[in-house]
Design a binder for this molecule. Structure first.
Ligand code: SF4
Ligand code: SF4
Length: 108
């Protein structure tokens, strides 16, 4: 298996699951957006179903709130959470290869 090559398709950001954010990540993202951390948490996070962490919120379609389309791009790329930076090699979800253009390529 060669080195993973992200094709920037944005599908991992469209996956309808939690995008966990730590306290430090909330501080960094809020500062990047020029907001107070309280406003950031109010507007852009929710509690995960297991109530153990905060997640970024989603659009009605289940996509991450910070995903731009045409072309797909992360609006907080410089400070995105570790879960995003770790995908797919250090963190992923069941069936990720079916969603990820780079994963499909890897499999061939
Ligand atoms: S924060 Fe950025 S990289 Fe992470 S899921 Fe959202 S759009 Fe994707
Ligand atoms: S799904 Fe895979 S190829 Fe597409 S943006 Fe995410 S990591 Fe990159």
């Amino acid at each position: 298996m060669g080195a993973f090559h992200c094709r920037r398709c944005g599908n991992c950001c469209r996956w309808p699951g939690a995008v966990r954010v730590s306290g430090e990540e909330c501080d960094a993202i809020a500062a990047y957006l020029g907001m107070t951390v309280e406003d950031f948490i109010d507007r852009f996070t929710r509690i995960t179903p297991d109530r153990q962490a905060l997640s970024l919120t989603e659009t009605g379609a289940g996509h991450c709130i910070f995903l731009d389309e045409d072309p797909p791009a992360c609006r907080i790329d410089a400070v995105k959470p570790r879960q995003c930076r770790d995908f797919p090699e250090h963190w992923n979800f069941p069936g990720w290869r079916n969603e990820c253009e780079g994963g499909r390529e890897d499999r061939e």
